[in-house]
Design a protein around this ligand. Structure first.
Ligand SMILES: Cc1ncc(COP(=O)(O)O)c(C=O)c1O
Length: 399
């Protein structure tokens, strides 16, 4: 039978990353490719205990459908969690999501029609590019610098679009330990971004999975906080600070935006699994999050340091990388004209994989870049993997 596929499904393209994924499960391979947390951090005993307590105390509720916007216990726990990290929100500001990828999906569904235009960092998160591309939107990339998006280029673009009478739908940013580059947006750029957003009436989508994974002990105020809760839609997830398997996250925004997003969510999955919400809500209210995040920060700080030391030791002088103070990734730039995709096979043969940088660019640039994850491999693997990668790069340089 010849099946008909929707335009939307046709717009969703595979990427060269697929090429990489086929190697990640080969025995002996060291993977810097995914964005996976270290599973040794997963609090298995606590989750096993809380799961049985939830079933015992609230089984009929836990295994039932729930409100689309989220279980009230979960929403209260989220408000408590946010407060612990210096953020304020009330119940009407929150919609629980089946993790941040769903947050991105809901944003695309509620804000983008085909040929609508929006702005993102260059490079940006691949999953966001996929969600926005699928809507048929036109994506404008604004270069990312060591302290965040280039605000002069952003403002020029916004002004040009205003002259052309084109309303940009939103500006999507990852201000804290950006995926893929590991960069943090400075306070002055956060303030400028909010000023531009308010002046030209363009909402900001603040995607913030890595904010808590901070090695220096000091995070900058979020865009949600700086904006006074106006014109910002903040996406959060437990995937990185806790674990991704329960697919749990939330959106914080103005109440009318939340109502719209919740309506859209209803058409997508009715509700986020009630059982998962009640488990995580209890975990938060037992005050386990600070300690859990603290363990992750300590481990990732060490892994990050080992990767940076190995890069300094093994990489040729023409290779450059970011040295982030948090998050899970660093970003490598090879000489102009090189193509990281051409190295994947050799790297895999040497027993290491990474993801190429081009799919993180909404404009097909970035062939000479790649992303390295340090949260998943072990400390021993990180050193060996970087040595193998350096050999691969060295051989590419001298064919
Ligand atoms: C910037 C960013 N947003 C969203 C996500 C999606 O995460 P999840 O759906 O697991 O919450 C990721 C995952 O890597 C990410 O890096």
């Amino acid at each position: 039978m010849e099946l008909h596929y929707s335009l939307c499904s046709k717009r969703t393209k595979g990427s060269e990353i697929r090429e990489v994924l086929k190697y990640t499960r080969l025995p002996g391979i060291i993977s810097f490719a995914g964005g996976l947390p270290d599973p040794s951090l997963f609090p298995l005993d606590d989750i096993a205990r809380i799961s049985s307590e939830v079933l015992r105390d609230k089984g009929f509720l836990a295994l039932q459908y729930g409100p689309t916007q989220g279980e009230s216990e979960m929403i209260d726990a989220l408000i408590y969690h946010m407060k612990m990290f210096g953020e304020n929100a009330s119940r009407e500001n929150i919609c629980v999501t089946s993790s941040s990828q769903q947050g991105l999906d809901l944003v695309a569904l509620t804000h983008l029609d085909p040929n609508d235009e929006m702005v993102m960092e260059l490079p940006s998160y691949l999953g966001a590019i996929q969600a926005f591309e699928r809507s048929g939107a036109i994506m404008h990339g604004v270069p990312l610098e060591a302290d965040g998006m280039n605000m002069d280029i952003l403002e020029e673009l916004v002004k040009r679009k205003e002259k052309e009478k084109i309303k940009l739908r939103f500006i999507y940013v990852i201000p804290d330990y950006q995926n893929p580059a590991g960069v943090v947006m400075s306070l002055s750029k956060r303030e400028r971004l909010i000023e531009i957003s308010k002046r030209y009436q363009i909402p900001i989508i603040e995607d913030s999975p890595y904010r808590e994974i901070c090695f220096c002990g000091e995070v900058l105020p979020s865009l949600w906080t700086l904006s006074g809760g106006e014109g910002v839609i903040q996406l959060k997830t437990f995937s990185k600070m806790l674990f991704p398997g329960m697919r749990l996250g939330w959106i914080t925004a103005e109440p009318d935006v939340i109502s719209k997003l919740a309506l859209m969510k209803q058409s997508v999955d009715l509700c986020t699994p009630t059982f998962n919400q009640l488990i995580i809500a209890r975990y938060i209210m037992e005050n386990r999050m600070r300690e859990t995040i603290g363990r992750a920060v300590e481990l990732y700080r060490q892994k990050n340091a080992v990767m940076i030391t190995a890069l300094r030791e093994f990489m040729p002088g023409y290779v450059h990388w970011t040295e982030p103070d948090g998050g899970m990734f660093l970003w490598v730039t090879l000489p102009e004209g090189w193509n990281a995709a051409d190295m994947i096979k050799t790297a895999a043969e040497k027993g290491v994989v990474f993801v190429t940088g081009r799919p993180f660019h909404c404009n097909e640039q970035g062939a000479n870049t790649l992303r390295l994850n340090y949260s998943f491999p072990t400390i021993q693997q990180i050193r060996l993997g970087i040595e193998r990668l350096a050999q691969t790069i060295g051989e590419y340089a001298k064919p």
